[in-house]
Design a protein around this ligand. Structure first.
Ligand code: BTN
Length: 331
């Protein structure tokens, strides 16, 4: 079910927010929204039940104070700096997986940039068939539908720029030195705080569409993770020490992603690669990985212009296309 407030509630909010420091009388709210004062009073009560805060004064009227951190489309749109990404938003209280729903919507012809986001996922998907733990209200779980005019072989670059965009957004909104763990994880203080699952629908030489799914552990506390994940995973809240505003972070990720994505479509990873290298958690480190079932060890020496990881193994260099690597010392 769609996760949003009514048009009347949005109109009331817009009126109040357009005069952030003043009271507005119920009479004026009623006139400007073409509804009765009784309906306005009911709308305000319902907004307060969602967590919006207002000051009420019997003589002067109502004044806007603050919004809850709930993923309503109009809250995501407000102040979002993007012109393609998230111009079309589906927000749900609960979904099996935003990626699964995004595939369905992409097949139905939803446009490039469509955002599907949920407060919780009941069957969130991770890479390699793993699940992505998605408890209600504390994380960001969302997918974007993209229709890039690129050959399928270039699509893995989208995972890298998605991870880079998350890193840039975290760095811009906190003091955390977030890092990209090639190819598509995000680490803070050595712990995984976000992951990207990019899925492709393609013909041999043409991408039909891409679903890029991003999961960010924002306000989880230790108890929100299953015990098996507590060693490796963390949340931004655990790293910073205080809760973060999810919508502000989401808006930053989306606007960074739009910039990086448009550059990627235009000239591949050329513009992003410097930042991907600068923020990499693996370069210069010993890594272990598997090729054709064989366990190998080496040292990560570069991420090349195509986004491949260059690894030195016994004095020889080899290039890894995707898959999973582990940093030799824990991570
Ligand atoms: C990984 O690190 O294994 C990738 C995790 C990706 C999780 C996100 S949450 C939103 C989107 N919907 C899903 O079912 N998965 C991705």
């Amino acid at each position: 079910m769609a996760h949003d407030i009514t048009q009347l509630q949005i109109d009331v909010l817009n009126e109040l927010r357009s005069h952030p420091r003043s009271y507005i009388s119920m009479q004026r709210l009623a006139e400007n929204t073409s509804h009765s004062p009784q309906r306005i009073a009911r709308a305000l009560k319902e907004l307060e039940n969602w967590g919006y805060r207002f000051l009420h004064d019997s003589a002067s009227g109502v004044r806007y104070i603050s919004s809850p951190d709930v993923l309503f489309p109009h809250e995501i749109e407000l102040g979002l700096e993007a012109r393609i990404i998230a111009q079309n938003i589906y927000s749900l209280d609960r979904v099996s997986s935003t990626n699964t729903l995004a595939h369905k919507y992409a097949e139905q012809g939803q446009p490039e940039g469509t955002l599907i986001i949920a407060e919780r996922q009941t069957a969130g998907k991770g890479r390699f068939g793993r699940s992505w733990h998605s408890p209600a209200g504390c994380g960001l779980y969302f997918s974007l539908i993209l229709r890039p005019p690129i050959p399928p072989a270039q699509a893995p670059g989208i995972s890298l720029i998605a991870a880079l965009s998350v890193v840039e957004a975290i760095r811009a909104s906190s003091k955390l030195k977030a890092q990209v763990k090639w190819p598509n994880d995000v680490l803070c203080d050595g712990h995984k705080v976000a992951g990207v699952l990019t899925e492709l629908a393609a013909e041999l030489d043409r991408v039909r569409y891409v679903v890029v799914g991003i999961g960010i552990n924002v306000n989880h506390e230790a108890a929100d993770f299953p015990p098996t994940l507590r060693d490796k995973a963390s949340s931004l809240r655990q790293c910073v020490g205080t809760p973060l505003h999810r919508i502000k972070l989401l808006q930053l990720v989306l606007s960074r992603f739009e910039i990086n994505y448009l550059r990627f479509v235009h000239c591949g990873l050329k513009d992003a690669i410097k930042s991907i290298r600068r923020y990499s958690s693996v370069l210069g480190k010993p890594v272990s990985f598997q090729i054709n079932g064989n366990h190998q060890q080496g040292r990560a020496v570069d991420i090349d212009g195509n986004g491949m990881l260059v690894v030195e193994v016994n004095g020889k260099t080899m290039t890894l296309g995707s898959g999973e690597i582990s940093l030799a010392e824990n991570y």
